[in-house]
Design a binder for this molecule. Structure first.
Ligand code: PGA
Length: 260
C-alpha cells in the first residue's frame, strides 16, 4: 500500500483528483468505481473544476457506484442516485448510458439471513456481469467508515463477498443519520458491491479525513487483516493508494507513510 498523508481535506481531495485525471487522460474510456459520502465531495468538486477549466473529458468514462440504500427511490434526496447526479454527474460531460448505480428499489422484499430474494440475487449478478462486460473496474474510489467498513461491507463481512444486500450496523445508521431528519428514517439495508468485487479493481484509492477516521485508518493500514475491519483487506490488494489528511493519519505509527 502506498500511504500518502496530506496537510488537510483540500490537499487530500486534490491529490486524489490528480491521480484520477491522470488515469482518464491515459485511458479515456476508464472504468471508474465511485463512492458517496462526505469524503469524496472535494474530489468530485476538483474533477468538475478540471472538466470546466482544463477540458478533462468524461465522455467515454464508464462509472460503477459501490452501493445504494434499499427502499429509497432515485429521486429521494438521500439516495445515492440523487447524490451522484447532484454532486458530480450533472456538472460533467458523462454519457448517462455509461453510469451504473445499484438499484435500491425492489418492491416488497423479504430479507432473511438464510436466503436471498431471487429478484435481488438476479439483479446483483447482473450488476457484477456489467462490470465484467466493461473489462472490470480500472480504478475504484473508496471512503472508509469509522467502523472500518468499505462501501456497505460492515465489520464481519466475508472478505470474498460479492454484490448483495447487507444489514447496516447501528454505528453506520447513527453516523449517517446526520443527513436524515431522524435515525428512524435511515434505511436498515443497503445493496453493496462485496469486498471480493472491490478487490478485483485494478487499482484502488481510499480516502479518509478527520480525527474520527484515525482508528479505522490505523486498523486498515497497520492492523491484522480481519473481517472486523473490512478495509484491512486492502493490504492484500496489488495497487492500493491510501490518501489521508493529517488528522486521519494521527494514529499511524508506521514510518513508511509518505508526507506529500
Ligand atoms: P463519509 O462516509 O465519507 O461520509 O465519512 C464514508 C463511509 O461510510 O464509507
Amino acid at each position: 500500500m502506498l500511504v500518502i498523508v496530506k496537510e488537510d481535506y483540500d490537499a487530500m481531495s486534490k491529490e486524489a483528483a490528480k491521480i484520477v485525471a491522470d488515469r482518464i487522460r491515459r485511458k479515456p474510456n476508464l472504468v471508474l468505481g465511485l463512492a458517496t459520502g462526505s469524503t469524496p465531495l472535494g474530489l468530485y468538486k476538483e474533477l468538475i473544476r478540471m472538466h470546466k477549466e482544463e477540458g478533462l473529458d468524461f465522455s467515454k468514462v464508464v462509472t460503477f457506484n459501490l452501493d445504494e440504500y434499499i427502499g429509497l427511490p432515485p429521486t429521494h434526496d438521500q439516495s445515492y442516485h440523487y447524490f451522484m447526479w447532484e454532486n458530480f454527474f450533472k456538472h460533467i460531460n458523462i454519457n448517462p448510458a455509461n453510469v451504473h448505480i445499484p438499484q435500491g428499489m425492489f418492491g416488497d422484499l423479504k430479507i432473511s439471513p438464510y436466503e436471498t430474494d431471487p429478484k435481488v440475487e438476479a439483479y446483483c449478478q447482473w450488476y457484477e456481469e456489467q462490470i465484467k462486460k466493461f473489462g472490470g473496474i480500472d480504478l475504484q474510489i473508496l471512503g472508509i467508515g469509522a467502523n472500518g467498513h468499505i462501501a456497505f461491507n460492515e465489520p464481519g463481512s466475508s472478505l470474498g463477498s460479492r454484490t448483495r444486500i447487507k444489514t447496516l450496523t447501528e454505528k453506520t445508521r447513527q453516523d449517517n443519520s446526520r443527513f436524515f431528519k431522524s435515525i428512524d428514517e435511515v434505511p436498515k439495508y443497503a445493496i453493496t458491491m462485496g469486498i471480493g468485487t472491490i478487490m478485483e479493481a485494478k487499482e484502488v484509492i481510499l480516502l479518509a479525513s478527520g480525527e474520527n477516521k484515525a482508528d479505522a485508518v490505523k486498523a486498515a493500514v497497520e492492523g491484522p487483516i480481519t473481517a472486523m475491519c473490512p478495509a484491512s483487506m486492502l493490504q492484500m490488494h496489488r495497487k492500493a493508494i491510501i490518501i489521508v489528511d493529517k488528522k486521519a493519519a494521527s494514529k499511524l505509527s508506521a514510518e513508511f507513510v509518505y508526507y506529500g
